[in-house]
Design a protein around this ligand. Sequence first.
Ligand code: ZN
Length: 346
Amino acid sequence: MPPQAPVGSGRDRYPALPQPYPTFPLALHDPVVLTRQICDVESVSGNEKDLADVVEGALSALPHLEVVRDGDAVVARTTLGRDRRVVVAGHLDTVPVAANLPVRVVGEGAHAELWGRGTVDMKGGVAIMLALAAELAVPSYDVTWVFYDHEEVASDLNGLGRLARTRPELLAGDFAVVGEPSNAGIEGGCNGTLRADVVLTGVAAHSARAWMGDNAIHHAGEVLSRLAAYEPQTVDVDGLAYRESLNAVGVSGGIAGNVIPDRAVVTVNYRFAPSRSVEDAAAHVREVLHGFDVTVTDAAPGARPGLDAPAAADFAKTVLERTGGEPAPSTAGPTSPGSASWACPP
Ligand SMILES: [Zn+2]
């Protein structure tokens, strides 16, 4: 569908675009127009090809960038021979459109805003990446710009994960930033997560003769009391405060309304600071639940923010100067190869 006329005003801030305005060439030196252009190239996950084509075309025209296409991911690199390289990544796809394309301008003057699918998550950020990729012909670090597909869907489809598995050399660098809507703030690292089953056993009996049995569900009471009384720590890691938590997230047991149960399970989830290993985390849960049968069923380590690395420290300082935003820990888990665990320097 050709782009339709944007509605609304705000034209004293954002000049009127030709009606309909072209999606190519991209307005690489005007991030606002650029945001509208790339938002109006619909790119719901799985349908990123058109936008990847536009991005690849625009970046390939820049002599200071070496451009590689992998599926619907586009990687563009400076090759200045600098001793350090920064990787900046952002996803091209969006969640499904909900009658919110083409982008509209809402409000006027200084209050004008762009509304439409992808403006926030994360084509506004992609537009800034594209504008910077065009502008920074001679950056002080070599820069790798990664525009990738399939972020908004199952993590095994994630384009950044695919690149990490199949072409890791394209992602090599000393420091990486993965863009997401964060209001221009840095979210560094993330907590790890561990799930464990606490298995409680007893002796089955008919409830009419309950004294013949030993109720496994009642043994869960002590487990729940310890969890309720548990005081989670806040752990400082590289200057960021990570809030931990240990919670029951499931309780099961009982087979019939007239049977004293001989088995019950309390499932717990521990979110732990990235300074702890999975082994440390498991040992901690076992210590808190000492005397009970604890089986770890699933765990993923956290990711340190790495803000003590020189490039990261420079970045955090610059962000603080420009936006007043202090780095904060990410509250997301280590669930996606496109998220926090990759965002940290190696
Ligand atoms: Zn996103």
